[in-house]
Design a protein around this ligand. Structure first.
Ligand SMILES: Cc1cc2nc3c(=O)[nH]c(=O)nc-3n(C[C@H](O)[C@H](O)[C@H](O)COP(=O)(O)O)c2cc1C
Length: 212
């Protein structure tokens, strides 16, 4: 049977930056959202993820300062219309969201014989991204917003949160109640980039280079 609720959540999900209210997140709700993430498929059932819940305002302030530096680094690579458009785009809600969840990848979990990863090392990373997407959709179903922040250097985040060298931070996710979810992605609303038509990314039988 088709569950229209799932499609509704998939289409309602947004990357949130400006709409966080900072209101509390119920512990049980957070637990359900993390359980959804932990229910993700993973190569060789390695479950290579960990979730670091960050609430400390000082940690978030430090991270936010680093994000601003990285924002400036990226901005310095732009000019003309791109620079102008980017200057109007908010790229994080680190200080405004209720909490953050940092998702990490442990390539050694389940090793040495990770079933299905011998030829594609990145399959471990794919697994972590699926956990993140589960988290994102579950949070949306719970009426929470999520914003993925990737404007950081991995070494900085490792240092900030005491993450061991062999483990990679994959995402800093801002999480919390929101005033509402935008219907259109922020980057589209601000004229940075639009969602492509579905037919532009479907190929039949062989990869068609003209589509690019
Ligand atoms: C791997 C990844 C990294 C991202 N990093 C950032 C980021 O640093 N800052 C930001 O504002 N959005 C970030 N996003 C969100 C995307 O900009 C967003 O998903 C895209 O514009 C589509 O919008 P939507 O998620 O609302 O549909 C990231 C998304 C992904 C999947």
């Amino acid at each position: 049977m088709i569950d229209p609720g799932l499609y509704e959540v998939i289409n309602r999900r947004r990357d949130v930056r400006a709409e966080f209210t900072g209101e509390p997140v119920d512990d049980e709700v957070l637990r359900r959202v993390l359980a959804a993430a932990h229910a993700a498929p993973s190569v060789g059932m390695s479950q290579p993820w960990d979730f670091v819940i960050v609430r400390d305002p000082l940690t978030r302030k430090r991270f936010h300062a680093h994000v601003q530096e990285e924002r400036d680094t990226f901005a310095s690579t732009l000019d003309g219309e791109r620079a102008d458009t980017f200057s109007r785009i908010k790229i994080d809600g680190v200080l405004d969201s209720t909490l953050s969840v940092v998702v990490t990848y442990d390539p050694e979990r389940g090793s040495p014989a990770v079933l299905g990863r011998h030829a594609i090392a990145d399959a471990g990373l794919y697994s972590v991204c699926l956990a993140i997407q589960n988290l994102w959709l579950a949070a949306t179903a719970e009426d929470l917003g999520v914003g993925w922040v990737s404007f950081y250097r991995e070494e900085y985040l490792r240092d900030l949160l005491g993450i061991p060298d062999k483990i990679r931070p994959i995402a800093w996710l801002c999480v919390g109640p929101v005033a509402g979810l935008q219907r259109t992605p922020d980057l589209e609303r601000h004229g940075w980039r639009s969602r492509m038509p579905l037919d532009a990314v479907i190929h039949n039988e062989r990869f068609s280079a003209e589509r690019r």
